[in-house]
Design a protein around this ligand. Structure first.
Ligand SMILES: [Zn+2]
Length: 91
């Protein structure tokens, strides 16, 4: 009468893997705003806004152990040189 879960024999397997959402780090491509103050994670230089060309930056949401950890910014060319660590940037 007390128990209603006959399959709960194993105390450590309480998670259902199929239901768990997996967060993976992602990269997106964005234009650089005039007041941008982000530094490139590779070369450590400011990703500068340039009025005459449409400057772009790669913004990565980095997840560590299935949790959001940080945002990283890259110059597009630096990101490529680093071997696109978070996959192809999405527009
Ligand atoms: Zn850079």
């Amino acid at each position: 009468m007390a128990t209603d879960s006959p399959t709960s024999a194993s105390p450590t397997s309480t998670e259902a893997p199929a239901k768990k959402k997996r967060w993976t780090s992602r990269a997106v491509c964005r234009t650089v705003d005039a007041g941008n103050s982000a530094y490139c994670a590779v070369c450590d230089e400011l990703i500068k806004f340039r009025a005459r060309i449409r400057a772009e930056q790669i913004i990565c949401n980095v997840y560590v152990k299935n949790r959001w950890d940080r945002v990283e910014h890259y110059h597009p060319e630096c990101y490529e040189q680093a071997g696109s660590p978070y996959g192809e940037p999405k527009g």
